[in-house]
Design a protein around this ligand. Sequence first.
Ligand SMILES: Cc1cc2nc3c(=O)[nH]c(=O)nc-3n(C[C@H](O)[C@H](O)[C@H](O)COP(=O)(O)OP(=O)(O)OC[C@H]3O[C@@H](n4cnc5c(N)ncnc54)[C@H](O)[C@@H]3O)c2cc1C
Length: 565
Amino acid sequence: MQPGRQDLMTWRAAKPTNYFATIPDFEHVLELRMGHALPESLREELVSFGEVVATRIEPAVALLERNREFPKLRPYDELGQHIAEIEFHPANAHAAQAAWASGMLATKLDFEGAFQVAAQFLLLSHIGEGGQACPIVCTIGMRRALEHHASRELCDRYLSLLANADASEALRGSQFLTEVQGGSDVGANVVEAVVDPDIAGAFRISGEKWFCSVADADLFAVTARPTSAGPGTKGLACFVIPRSLDGVTPNGFRLRRLKDKLGTRALASGEIDFENALAWPIGELADGFKIAVSELLNTSRWLNAVGSAGIMCRSYLEASSFARHRQAFGVAISTFPAVREQLVIMKSEMCAALASTFALTELVAKIDEGSATPSDVAVHRFLVNANKYVTSVAASDVVHRAIEVLGGNGTIEDFSPLPRLYRDAVVFESWEGTHNVLCAQVQRDCVRLGLLEDVEQWVKIELALVEGHDNAVHVIELAMRSLQPGLERSLADQPYADANFRHHLTSMMGIIQATCLLREAQYSKSPEKSALAQVFIVRHLGAPTPFEEPEWHSFIASSLGADLA
Ligand SMILES: Cc1cc2nc3c(=O)[nH]c(=O)nc-3n(C[C@H](O)[C@H](O)[C@H](O)COP(=O)(O)OP(=O)(O)OC[C@H]3O[C@@H](n4cnc5c(N)ncnc54)[C@H](O)[C@@H]3O)c2cc1C
């Protein structure tokens, strides 16, 4: 056998069969943010699900992609009846069954539940979107919206079915806000809601939704404008539309077509025309947009960041293991400093995403538990948007670097999951809010709600808890000071903000992620995490930096730890 092929076979044979153990320092990350040791029951669930993802979900998702077995629309049955059915390859159901059985959708909405969802979703995201992540996120969002706002009757009708851990029996949710005139400008929504004269409390929804993922869902959460409501987002209400009233016939909708997408291809995303679909409001009509944002979008944005972190973990895993096994010029490519630098950058971005996203998870958990202070709520509001933005950008960059480490093989569809992860990462960047729109939202919130003070205070408290990293803390404090004038101007001068706030927010997130990484480094007393934090600081907080060239190389060596041994 040619020697190169033998190396590749050794590489493949060394692939992990459980992703839980491959996420660096993960238990410490969870413990730091949960505030106590990892409960044994949760640990067991994560170990078990880490194996399920690697050994059951992964092969199913890889098969779908390899054979291009994507969802297909079957508008009519053999008797010509309109059914708007979407057909999936059986591997999709196998993957769903395994994902739902994790219990992720059945967790209580409380402190521990938020961590369980985030940790399990991180493991699942090692396979990218895979046709499973979006339905899970939308179903959790739907559950949160109903549990927190819907009438008792709606809750009794749907909640236990949404929280069912058996995928073949569970109801799936979806969320349709976007219309053809714009996804960012939700206030321009024109889909209409008219009171149903015959059914108390019900409405009829008509109009077109342009991006409808989980088009196969059982329950659609839809924004629509009641006839008497005013313009803009204030006039939007949020409704639940059951797919069918008799279990077969579509409830007042036509699925025009499924979109042929760059990524998330195992997921059915369609265009839907509603015509008098029977619907029930979730909460008060006037609170519709607030509910859509706080329950649906904020859930999606939090988990989008978890998903981006999962994609980064998997990309780093693929690239670092390949670098260990692949030989060029008689040595493993992991010995080349330029390859090592790529790996270190990937690892520091991955750990930074985990650090900020699990800090955000702590805030979600406190809000769910009912113990969040007004300041926690403010920091959550800032972070849920800003963190989705930076982690999704980082995920595309990290997969791209991983593809480079694999060379030509990195571009081959069935050689590794990287091409699929890359496509999914690009979609993760735009859905649930594009970068500009999220940045603009954070800027508006800072002006209107004074979030920045709470965020700066939070960063100071986190930094004060870091001991033994004086140099790094000093660099972060300097970066904060130099950012201050620009940030303040962004809150007072709108044209200046329109042109500059995204840059300022990117820098602020660099400060936040570096701070979170340092807290973890200190908590876990890990020299590797300290070195990764230093690498992140050098790359993101820029000048002035006290780090000299030799230090950079020693950071690289310590950051990679045992990964390349
Ligand atoms: C695969 C996929 C699945 C999706 N599934 C769903 C779904 O299930 N439900 C749903 O509701 N939506 C869904 N979406 C839609 C998604 O949420 C929107 O694509 C997204 O919100 C952006 O809206 P848009 O595409 O209309 O872009 P536009 O709003 O047209 O924006 C185009 C560009 O203009 C920029 N821009 C817009 N406004 C501003 C501004 N004020 N300042 C600066 N720049 C601005 C944006 O950042 C972007 O770069 C999905 C999208 C994709 C790609």
